[in-house]
Write a protein that binds this ligand. Structure first.
Ligand code: ADP
Ligand code: ZN
Ligand code: ZN
Length: 674
């Protein structure tokens, strides 16, 4: 019997920790088993065994306290995958472990073990026996052809990109491909961004696949997620998992097909906390590990994926027509600047948009209005002296939330009272500048008192039910106008929406970010796709003060290829993805002069190793968050470079600077493939 185990703990510290096993340990753990171990004098943690051995470490070891379950909860292939994530995204195995297992599995709590583990399949609505329930519509000829092309592409490429306009029936094609895969005894992972995984979609899939389908969603309770995880480990795992980004960490046995819908969605990238992984890219690595075929789908592919398709790395299949001969919506640009000059604006609304809204309501149609900003107003200002309230911990102005009668910092969440007088000049003329969804809702309600208006943004969808309720009400026609942030831009399939209004394209285009134009195009094209799905052609009104902007024109022409060509040209010229990889290096300290010199020192060291590939240091747009001053360096790495070599060098440099006394309390973290 081996004497020692090396264990991953849910901490961003060392790779592994060594513990001693009881000489007569009643249950011998295996690689991938959980063990409960002490750390320090008081703490205990549940860790994952990665190695059993007899090599006595140089330090005194503590003993394993408990082995909660004999069979491993993590498979060797999963551990290999975790290592890849830690290596590539420059984080610790402990960070990956934290993200990979649902909560109670990490606590090893007896409460979790007492629960019967037999996965209670959620009762499918009208599925019964899943094979009989299979009635998934027959594909149209065009869809059938696209499916054959995908299968053909898979002969040559393990990854295929399906570029299909909104409402072309991509989901129908996915369903047919999934059906084929499970008939061959393979497992399928179908990934979607958080906000697209609605009850509407899961019900559609459940009607087809019954209890062969498992859903892995962060809106589910921890117990539901543990149940699914355990079911995947059992000898009756789900054949199909529909899930959000963390579903890549489930224990698959024989993954045969990976589908990633809305593959361009930036929410597949986890920003904070570590592991800052890109679930799309990581999932492709998982698929390769299993030898599975992969399909990426989008109406507006990411520049990365489209580039890979054009360069022959991925297969490419294009669907240009919508289902049932529907036309893409026609898009009308309204010059908000001109309307303002002519003093014809009502708040944020141009007369054209108001006229179209009125017309839609008269025809008993529904309207979606999109504004990529929540809250009442992004800025409050004293008209006397120009003072604006800012967060005390972050370098940002506070967003006014009228419904809360408070101001909120959107970076750290701190809430402040709205001042009654300006603290600078004691003046009382405080006014709101700019428009968030809340203000738009209020304004529109006073213009159209009869209209039934709902708002969908982070503030109105905090509870699990409220999100589904808002969608349900809109679907049932209980709501005339739905105002929302990017939550309204995707995945929704409504029959009766004749008009979509994009209230302001300008703020999206003004983001200081190399992806802002690509993103603005994607958001506008996607929200436009909500108009006129069935029946008549939809209409989109796009308000902007920059009507000549190329992106605006490309949205009007539904010209994805044109957008791609122009953006790719710029990215190549200035060396940004997809022509190289970017690693952002964030340096943080409470004291601004310390972070300033730390950034300079780190930059100098990095330049010794990486030369011209290093940019910065710069202060990011929000230069202080939660009292920590931030500086940023950018490292541009050739696509062919080995990321594990880059990682080793960066971590060595990091150790070197953090050893200096003045930087001991500083933090450095990395963001790869932002
Ligand atoms: P996408 O995923 O490309 O946006 P969907 O698969 O959601 O498109 O299809 C859009 C709408 O058209 C859905 O309501 C869907 O049920 C319908 N539809 C698409 N293809 C078919 C088909 N072959 N038969 C019947 N309805 C279809
Ligand atoms: Zn003032
Ligand atoms: Zn703040």
């Amino acid at each position: 019997m081996p004497r020692y185990v090396d264990v991953i703990l849910p901490l961003p510290l060392r790779e592994t920790f060594t513990y001693e096993l009881e000489p007569k340990c009643p249950v011998l753990p295996q690689v991938g088993s959980r063990v409960v171990v002490p750390l320090g004098n008081t703490k205990t943690y549940t860790g994952i065994v990665v190695r059993l051995h007899d090599e006595e470490p140089a330090y005194a070891t503590k003993r394993v306290l408990e082995v909660p379950d004999e069979p491993p909860v993590v498979q060797p292939a999963q551990l290999q995958f975790w290592r890849w994530i830690a290596d590539y995204y420059l984080c610790s195995l402990g960070d990956v472990y934290k993200a990979a297992l649902p909560g109670t599995l990490k606590k090893g709590s007896t409460a979790e073990r007492k629960k019967p583990t037999a996965a209670k399949a959620l009762p499918p609505k009208d599925a019964g026996d899943s094979t009989n329930a299979w009635r998934g519509f027959p594909l149209t000829d065009v869809q059938q052809q696209a499916m054959h092309s995908i299968e053909e592409q898979w002969q040559k490429h393990s990854v295929c990109l399906l570029h299909g306009v909104t409402s072309s029936g991509k989901t129908e094609i996915y369903i047919h491909l999934m059906q084929k895969a499970i008939e061959q005894g393979q497992q399928v992972l179908f990934m979607l961004p958080e906000i697209v995984l609605t009850a509407q979609l899961t019900e559609r899939l459940r009607r087809v696949f019954g209890d062969r389908l498992g859903v892995y969603h962060s809106r589910h309770t921890d117990r539901q997620r543990v149940e699914l995880y355990r079911r995947m480990l059992s000898d009756k795992p789900c054949d199909i998992v529909v899930g959000v980004r963390s579903s890549i960490f489930l224990p698959f046995r024989k993954l045969g097909l990976l589908i990633i819908d809305e593959e361009h969605e930036t929410s597949f990238k986890q920003q904070d906390p570590a592991p800052r992984y890109h679930a799309r890219n990581a999932a492709l690595v998982l698929a390769a590990q299993h030898g599975a075929k992969a399909l990426l789908g989008s109406a507006t592919p990411s520049l990365e994926s489209y580039h890979n398709a054009l360069s022959g790395k991925y297969g490419l299949v294009t669907l240009r027509t919508r289902y049932a001969g529907m036309l893409l919506p026609d898009i009308e640009v309204v010059d908000a600047q001109e309307m303002q000059r002519k003093k014809m604006m009502t708040g944020i609304f141009t007369p054209q948009l108001l006229a179209h809204i009125r017309q839609a309501l008269e025809q008993r149609k529904q309207v979606i209005l999109f504004q990529n900003r929540r809250g009442y107003a992004p800025v409050m200002e004293c008209r006397e002296c120009g003072w604006t309230p800012r967060c005390q911990q972050c370098d940002v102005s506070l967003t006014v939330h009228r419904s809360l009668s408070r101001m909120v910092c959107h970076y750290c969440g701190t809430v402040y009272d709205i001042p009654t007088a300006c603290p600078n000049c004691q003046g009382h003329d405080l006014s709101s500048r700019g428009y968030g969804t809340e203000r738009i809702e209020q304004q529109l309600q006073s213009i159209l008192p009869e209209a039934r208006i709902a708002r969908m943004d982070l503030d109105t969808t905090r509870s699990r039910q409220s999100y589904e309720q808002i969608l349900h009400d809109f679907e049932q026609g209980n709501t005339d106008i739905l105002i929302g942030t990017q939550m309204v831009t995707k995945g929704l399939d409504f029959d009766n929406v004749s008009l979509v209004g994009i209230l302001s394209a300008d703020q999206m285009l003004a983001q200081p970010d190399f992806r802002s134009y690509e993103r603005a195009f994607q958001l506008m094209e996607q929200v436009a796709g909500r108009a006129g799905r069935k029946g008549a052609r939809g209409h989109v009104l796009l308000q902007t003060r920059d009507a000549g902007n190329d992106i605006v024109q490309q949205v009007v022409a539904h010209d994805y290829e044109g957008m791609y060509r122009q953006q790719a040209e710029e990215r190549e010229l200035f060396r940004y993805p997809p022509f190289c990889r970017v690693v952002f290096v964030y340096l943080k300290h409470r004291n601004e002069s310390v972070v300033e010199s730390l950034a300079a020192d780190m930059a100098a060291l990095m330049r010794q190793v990486f030369g011209q590939r290093v940019l910065g240091p710069d202060t990011p747009p929000v230069g202080r968050v939660q009292l920590m001053h931030i500086r940023k360096l950018i490292l541009k790495v050739e696509l062919t470079a080995s990321m594990s070599a880059v990682r080793q060098r960066l971590l060595a440099l990091q150790a070197q600077v953090l050893e200096m006394k003045q930087y001991r309390t500083a933090q450095i973290h990395y963001d790869v493939d932002y």
